[in-house]
Design a protein. Structure first.
Length: 276
């Protein structure tokens, strides 16, 4: 598949709440601003369509696979603007009463090219002064499939938020030929201010890929506070664009010809060895 040399990518940053219609309207506004700036790929954050302090509410708004307002919205948005769209995560109903935290890669014709269910689920209890306690696994079913997808922009690797702490996943994605990594997220403030940027840079550097990381920002229902700092990172670990706070878009031009040149000059991916 022939890839364009250069194109623009965008990470949308928003503050989602419990009003699905309002969240989708805000996602449209920000995505369309990215399109106006020339983006060929737009990434929405984790929980872009619904974010609540109560997991039971998230389960209640879960959609059936292939049908529902959030899924219809992203298909129509991609088709209308002829873009590749990563639909952060949408809660998808499971047979056991839980949900999958599902990210969709939507093609410019509105079809779903691939889907990825978040593999690593957050179970943390930091000290009270840090204000972070969350057990995602109580209502969410973990995925078990590593996903990369061919697009006319390059080979895209899919991940979600907490996944970025687990290098083995990204080693698999790199082994599958990933050129560009997307990371929809809702990183909280306590860990975000210390870990978000270093982890994203590490994932870019170790796999020699571009990273498009789209985050939630601000205070959400239930008092949860997310870190923001959505960004585009180059394969050498350089930050190409960043939206530190507030609703907005981080967008930058990336260069696949330059990526291939860098990989030839520094062929770290060819030096990997299987260890016992």
């Amino acid at each position: 598949m022939n890839k364009p040399g250069r194109f623009r990518v965008a990470a949308v940053q928003m503050t989602s709440g419990t009003d699905v219609a309002r969240n989708l309207a805000e996602a449209r506004r920000l995505a369309e601003s990215a399109v106006t700036a020339g983006a060929a790929l737009v990434v929405l954050p984790e929980n872009f369509s619904f974010m609540s302090g109560k997991d039971s509410e998230r389960v209640a708004v879960a959609e059936a696979a292939g049908d529902g307002p959030a899924q219809q919205f992203v298909a129509e948005l991609a088709r209308q603007h002829g873009i590749w769209l990563v639909a952060g995560t949408i809660p998808i109903r499971c047979a056991d009463g839980r949900v999958s935290s599902r990210s969709l890669l939507v093609a410019p014709d509105g079809s779903i090219t691939e889907s990825y269910d978040k593999i690593h689920l957050v179970v943390v209890d930091l000290p009270a002064r840090e204000g972070e306690s969350y057990r995602e696994s109580q209502t969410t079913r973990a995925g078990d499939r590593v996903v990369t997808a061919n697009t006319d922009l390059g080979r895209v690797g899919l991940s979600v938020c907490y996944d970025i702490r687990f290098p083995a996943l990204f080693s698999r994605l790199a082994g599958n030929g990933m050129d560009l990594l997307v990371v929809p997220a809702a990183f909280t403030v306590p860990t975000g201010r210390l870990h978000w940027q270093p982890l994203l840079k590490a994932r870019a550097i170790e796999s020699l890929v571009y990273v498009v990381a789209s985050g939630q920002w601000g205070e959400h229902p239930g008092g949860r506070r997310t870190y923001g700092h959505s960004m585009v990172i180059g394969p050498w670990g350089d930050i190409l664009a960043e939206c530190a706070s507030g609703a907005g878009v981080a967008h930058a031009e990336i260069d696949m010809i330059e990526l291939e040149r860098l990989r030839r000059q520094f062929p770290v991916l060819n030096h990997r060895r299987e260890l016992n």
